[in-house]
Write a protein that binds this ligand. Structure first.
Ligand code: G16
Length: 543
């Protein structure tokens, strides 16, 4: 088997976004496109000779081809061993679990998360470091810099590896170890949660419905809920992973998980509903006719953490992304622990978790997780909720309402404007930037602007600074409007508008978020000139 040195030219669009490089499948299928980026990753890894990597993806279209290319490139680049999930499958949290459990040097995860898949869908790739989490900005910037200068890559001339069979194979001097993608992850879950209590809950007639949305969590859900927790047949839906996710959009929110939502809001619906996304790191939690916002979910889990075996000693701290509501801050204050506000992107939680400063992390974008891995974790959140319900013996709605009673309600919503022409979206952001001085101190109806800024974060561990992370308009009563451009879309720009108001009065908490936030929504429209600048008179998705 010989190593080929392939001459190539840089592509100018390989800048990793919020979570790795995400592009349409045909972009990745261009000659050299994937290989250029993979070589750029390898070139950015110090001492890569003799390292061990983990490799797997969410099973979307192009996953298998990409895996074979990456294996042959890893072999040609001197890696010692690669652990691959059988058939190229590893959910994102399972990949992080495997990296940590086997103390490998890092891993490559193939996923475009919740973005649709298939021939014309999206594909993505990201590099995770030895701690198990997404590479920090310092590394993603080095990868991007390398991608702009690359002129050759290395690949082994060899036959494909039979990754559909568990076992060890040789590829040149490298060992390819094909592993069960589910078992290590399921074992880890069993160390954190009281499976006996959840089994009893389900055996006593508590009805759950988990929707895997034809994405990667299907086999994980079958093993955990079906085999280990004896969930009755019918509790799990869409558990067969498909390379186009069945033509769906595996984004667990009220819009895209509509079948699940209908079931939970229907006559005689189940007591508990949950869904995960393409690569298994996101989650949505529903009660009977009740939606739990991701921000509230983080706060509720933090407040109830000691009810769960894995966290019974208490939590060290909480971290949330800036646009996530401050509900978790209130819990942290009550518990006397720190709460960190980071930029959007799970990579910003890694240092805090590694330093033991935080235990739970969460984001408004349907992500919750803890220091058990270094990725957000969809099924972990579902199990956490089931464990809390099993102990408290209350419905989802009762648990959330009693939380609001104790801490007040951070009424919250996100409005997404998808596939907006980039110039128009940038125009909105620039206009807002230019309005900072004029807006400060100005009164709109019942709200007066206290602070306008573009969020900047200094990492408390390594001192690195990340600026330009989203425009915040904070009012004197703590209510907020935030504008941000998404870093995960592949078509035009996605403009996100985040809205938050605080309601301590229990008698006013039972209100629809869109109604309660109507005044803030109108102010946001007015000050951003969003309609005039983008032509959009309503959001694509409201969560
Ligand atoms: C990724 C990141 C998250 C981030 C989300 C949304 O999630 O890991 O940290 O909150 O994107 O980012 P944006 O608002 O820039 O689109 P995922 O599930 O897509 O990997």
């Amino acid at each position: 088997m010989s190593i080929l040195k392939v001459a190539t030219k840089p592509f100018n669009d390989q800048k990793p976004g919020t979570s790795g490089l995400r592009k349409k499948v045909p972009v990745f299928q261009q000659a050299h496109y994937l290989a250029n980026f993979v070589q750029s990753i390898f070139d950015s890894i110090e001492d890569r000779m003799s390292q061990t990597l983990v490799l797997g993806g969410d099973g979307r279209y192009f996953n298998l081809e990409a895996i074979q290319i990456i294996l042959k490139m890893a072999a040609a680049n001197g890696f010692k061993r690669v652990l691959v999930g059988k058939s190229g499958i590893l959910s994102t949290p399972a990949a992080s679990c495997v990296i940590r459990k086997y103390q490998t040097d890092g891993g490559i995860i193939l996923s475009a998360s919740h973005n649709p898949a298939g021939k014309d869908g999206d594909f993505g790739i990201k590099y995770n470091i030895g701690a198990g989490g997404p590479a920090p900005e310092k590394i993603t910037e080095a990868i991007f810099a390398r991608s702009k200068a690359i002129n050759e890559y290395l690949i082994l001339q060899a036959a494909d590896v039979a990754i559909d069979q568990i076992g060890e194979y040789r590829l040149g001097n490298m060992v390819v170890q094909v592993i069960d993608p589910v078992v290590d992850y399921a074992d880890l879950m069993e160390t954190l949660f009281d499976f006996a209590a959840i089994r009893t809950l389900l055996a006593r007639g508590f009805r759950m419905q988990f929707d895997a949305m034809h994405a990667v969590t299907g086999p994980y859900a079958q093993e955990i809920f079906g085999n280990r927790l004896n969930a009755p047949a019918g509790s799990l839906t869409n558990c067969t992973p498909l390379d186009d996710f069945g033509g769906g959009h595996p984004d667990p929110n009220l819009t895209y998980a509509h079948d699940l939502v209908e079931s939970l809001y229907g006559e005689d619906g189940p007591d508990f509903g949950a869904a995960s996304d393409g690569d298994g790191d996101r989650n949505m939690i529903l009660g009977k006719r009740f939606f739990v916002t991701p921000s509230d979910s983080l706060a509720v889990l933090a407040a109830n953490a000691t009810l769960v075996p894995g966290y019974k000693q208490g939590i060290a701290g909480i971290a949330r992304s800036m646009p996530t509501s401050a509900a978790a801050d209130r819990v942290a204050a009550k518990l006397g622990i720190p709460c960190f506000e980071t930029p959007t992107g799970w990579k910003f939680f890694g240092n805090l978790m590694d330093a033991g400063m935080v235990t739970l992390c969460g984001e408004e974008s349907f992500g919750t997780g803890s220091n058990h891995v270094r990725e957000k974790d969809g099924l972990w959140a579902v199990l956490f909720w089931l464990n809390v319900i099993a102990v408290r013996k209350q419905s989802v709605e009762d648990i959330v309402r009693s939380h609001w009673q104790q801490f007040g309600r951070n009424i919250y919503s996100r409005h997404d404007y998808e596939a907006v022409p980039a110039d128009a979206a940038n125009g909105v952001m620039q206009h807002l930037h230019q309005s900072f001085t004029a807006l400060t101190g100005k009164t709109f109806g019942s709200y007066t602007v206290n602070i306008c800024d573009d969020f900047s974060y200094t990492d408390p561990i390594d001192g690195s600074i990340s600026s330009g992370q989203g425009i915040r308009i904070i009012f004197t009563d703590g209510s907020r409007i935030v504008f941000r451009l998404s870093g995960t879309g592949t078509e035009g720009a996605t403009l996100r508008l985040y809205l938050e108001a605080y309601e301590p009065d229990v008698s006013k908490q039972n209100v629809d978020a869109q109604v309660a936030l109507a005044e803030l929504i109108a102010i946001a429209q007015q000050i951003s000139e969003l309609h005039a600048r983008t032509g959009r008179d309503k959001p694509t998705v409201i969560t």
